[in-house]
Write a protein that binds this ligand. Structure first.
Ligand SMILES: Cc1cc2nc3c(=O)[nH]c(=O)nc-3n(C[C@H](O)[C@H](O)[C@H](O)COP(=O)(O)OP(=O)(O)OC[C@H]3O[C@@H](n4cnc5c(N)ncnc54)[C@H](O)[C@@H]3O)c2cc1C
Length: 405
């Protein structure tokens, strides 16, 4: 008799799990997807180009209750295994900026189409528009029940429901609820890789301006993260690559009620010596206000905003501010931004938190609470940095589960 395998969720980890599970001739694989097509989130990744992994792979790019779990997973199905796998199914890859790996087509939709082809070729039964509402352990397996009350028996189940980040692509808390109903512990999820609310109201007037900055996350007196990249100022705070990169550390600190602020330097490419000589020249212009004197070196909305955040009167005559030149420079190189409440999951690329990884075996992805239950992907308490790390974790965990199921 064939082993019946049920996979819940046709996203990144569920698709690769189905591929490997279906390579065993003793299995019959069924995949359930609550949406009307497979891989909707995968098709939206990397701005439609699918940044599927990163050549600089390592556990230092991940966050989890147990980082050793991540190292183990990445050793059991490695970056090279992932590249080999994609090549084997006809997806040639290309490496672009910062080690980011994409399909050479630069089309995420290709990746989904190739999976669709491979799964149907391997006789995987794909059940679309089937939301799984309940998984019940029964003798020698599990009873899986859909929202339409269809009942299915499987010897083994892979839970690959993803996280609750980015609901417009169908994400929800289903996976956490199903895992909790089976006794698993959920580390409270919170949104990561998303724009940040900043409470300094003056900053909101910079809406629409893009500017290279160094952003430092400071907790108490300690800088815990620093990044130099583009910031997009918005009506509520900051977005753009630099803000997205620090958002996880900031949101976690905010939710833990830590004393956190962001130090912002809008002159990341100048050293102090160059800045002093530039400001000395600019402030020596007669008959100009401080604000006006600085128009030539930054966007003209910036002097007023950063000077007022530092409590410096922007209408001062420039020529009279020489004694305070270092304080004035600091208004632009060490501006203190206070983060507000995290923005919603609907805007988050990933969710931090999830199923406690201490309840899952990283060599197989099998639950330590239920034999025959496997858990993969972003549903677990692991999130990666931006740059292909989250998909890599989905591919690795899905492949490990599919091979071991
Ligand atoms: C806009 C966007 C862009 C991204 N870009 C990148 C990128 O370029 N590189 C990168 O590394 N990461 C990227 N990510 C993150 C990456 O997409 C996810 O980490 C990855 O898809 C997680 O895979 P998964 O299998 O865990 O979950 P998902 O891919 O989310 O799949 C889970 C599937 O399960 C289904 N499901 C859920 N509950 C049920 C249920 N009860 N019954 C049936 N089906 C169910 C869902 O509909 C979904 O299809 C991006 C995320 C977003 C939102």
């Amino acid at each position: 008799m064939k082993q019946k395998i049920g996979i819940i969720g046709a996203g990144a980890s569920g698709l690769i799990a189905a591929y490997f599970a279906s390579h065993n001739k003793h299995t019959e694989v069924h995949i359930f997807e609550k949406q009307n097509k497979i891989g909707r989130k995968v098709a939206a990744t990397g701005n439609g180009r699918c940044n599927l992994t990163n050549m600089n792979m390592g556990s230092e790019h991940y966050h989890s209750g147990d980082i050793h779990f991540v190292s183990d997973v990445l050793q059991h199905f490695t970056l090279q295994d992932t590249l080999n796998f994609f090549h084997s199914i006809g997806i040639v890859t290309t490496t672009l900026e910062n080690g980011k790996v994409y399909p050479s087509s630069l089309q995420a939709s290709t990746v989904v189409k190739v999976f669709e082809h491979e799964l149907s070729h391997n006789n995987v039964q794909i059940h679309l528009s089937r939301k799984i509402e309940s998984i019940q352990p029964v003798h020698h397996g599990f009873k899986v029940i859909t929202a339409g009350k269809e009942e299915h028996f499987f010897h083994k189940v892979i839970l690959a429901c993803g996280s609750c980040a980015y609901g417009s692509l169908g994400a929800s808390k289903d996976g956490y609820e199903l895992a909790q109903s089976l006794g698993h512990t959920i580390i409270e999820p919170f949104p990561a890789i998303l724009p940040l609310n900043i409470v300094n109201k003056q900053l909101h007037t910079l809406q629409g301006i893009r500017w290279d900055c160094t952003l430092s996350v400071v907790i108490g007196n300690t800088t815990v993260q620093q990044i130099t990249d583009e910031v997009l100022f918005t009506a509520y705070g900051i977005s753009g690559p630099a803000a997205l990169s620090i958002s996880r550390a900031v949101n976690e600190a905010v939710l833990l009620n830590k004393d956190v602020h962001i130090s912002c330097n809008i002159f990341p490419h100048y050293d102090m010596h160059t800045l002093r000589s530039l400001f000395t020249q600019l402030l020596s212009q007669p008959k100009k206000s401080l604000e006006f004197a600085l128009y030539g070196i930054m966007n003209n909305k910036m002097p007023r905003v950063f000077l007022s955040m530092a409590g410096i009167p922007y209408e001062w005559p420039a020529i009279e501010s020489f004694n305070d030149i270092d304080t004035i420079i600091q208004a632009f190189t060490r501006a203190t931004l206070y983060p507000g409440k995290p923005r919603p999951f609907t805007e988050a690329v990933v969710a931090a938190g999830g199923i406690d990884v201490n309840e899952v075996n990283p060599a197989t992805m099998e639950s330590t609470l239920h034999k025959g239950l496997f858990i993969t992907g972003e549903l677990l308490d692991v999130d990666g940095d931006s740059g292909g790390y989250n998909l890599q974790f989905a591919w690795s965990t899905g492949a490990i589960a599919g091979k071991n199921v």
